[in-house]
Design a protein around this ligand. Structure first.
Ligand code: HEC
Length: 131
């Protein structure tokens, strides 16, 4: 009797110990709608992504009804290198992978902005285990 109560108590302690470990490193599980905030050096890319790309590609790159998710192996760097991102922003994209329609060119975004945005997207992809 006494020992089974002890087991129960230590199980609860293990569970209590495990929960904070997840939130401490800031990595939230996918699909909860929360996005871990990016390291300071990626903030500029994060802001630009949120301003110019997230309307279609979703906050955190999860996609929307207007555009595909970047958290997808189609968009990992071997398939869509950084140049593909520069081209997409500068020229737009004709629909070819999906059924969302064409992506318009994004005039407000210059090449150096895209470099920041791509760094941020690569980071998101890494968080999602896509590399
Ligand atoms: C108005 C909606 C919209 C916005 C805003 C938008 N995109 Fe897209 N994007 C799309 C759609 C739709 C596709 C998918 C086209 C297809 O079917 O392959 C796409 C595809 C892409 C691709 C893949 C290109 C390829 O070669 O297949 C890249 C890279 C991309 N977008 C980058 C960006 C970046 C960077 C931004 C912000 C500067 C951005 N997009 C903003 C809608 C959008």
């Amino acid at each position: 009797m006494k020992s089974s109560r002890m087991q129960w108590v230590s199980l609860v302690l293990v569970m209590l110990g495990a929960a904070p470990a997840c939130s401490q490193n800031g990595v939230e599980p996918q699909g909860t709608g929360t996005v871990a905030s990016a390291p300071a050096e990626l903030r500029e890319g994060e802001q630009k992504f949120n301003t110019y790309c997230s309307t279609c590609h979703g906050i955190g790159g999860v996609g929307t009804t207007q555009g595909p998710p970047f958290l997808h192996k189609v968009y990992e760097s071997n398939h869509h290198g950084d140049e593909a991102f520069r081209r997409a922003a500068a020229n737009g994209v004709k629909a070819h992978h999906w059924q969302f329609g064409d992506m318009p060119k994004i005039d407000a975004v210059q090449s150096p902005d895209v470099d920041h945005i791509v760094k941020y997207i690569r980071w998101l992809q890494k968080q999602a285990g896509i590399f």
